[in-house]
Design a protein around this ligand. Structure first.
Ligand SMILES: [Zn+2]
Length: 119
């Protein structure tokens, strides 16, 4: 891969072309296999295949392409939170989210073993 490929400014026609390619890729057995795993690529949450969306790791608007190496299944939450963030910005967002969640877990009392309400 040419390093310059990473820094192409996205032109609207190119983005439109890549969106059409994404539509085709969504019909491929490869993509159906990705959905069949039933897991978000980013947060690892288990999802019904119908709830997973195709996410471009490098967003189209940032010059990303529709290719097997750039498309991953993502849950709605991750897809909405990621939007047009670059890979680096998104990684940093995910790390902060994990830290916040673990801080929250550490601050809360341990969950009771039984789900039944205490009388
Ligand atoms: Zn997710």
């Amino acid at each position: 891969m040419n390093i310059d490929d990473l820094f192409i400014a996205a032109d609207p026609d190119g983005v439109q072309r890549e969106r059409l390619k994404a539509k085709e890729l969504k019909r491929s057995p490869w993509w159906k296999g990705q959905l069949g795993r039933g897991r978000c690529h980013y947060c690892g949450v288990g999802c019904h295949p119908g709830e997973l969306t195709m996410d471009h790791v490098t967003p189209l608007i940032r010059g990303g392409k529709t290719s097997k190496s750039n498309c991953v299944p993502a849950c709605m939450t991750c897809n909405q939170e990621k939007r047009h963030l670059s890979t680096i910005q998104w990684q940093s967002h995910l790390e902060q989210k994990k830290l916040a969640l673990s801080a929250l877990a550490a601050a809360s009392p341990p969950a009771p073993d039984r789900a039944e309400p205490q009388g």
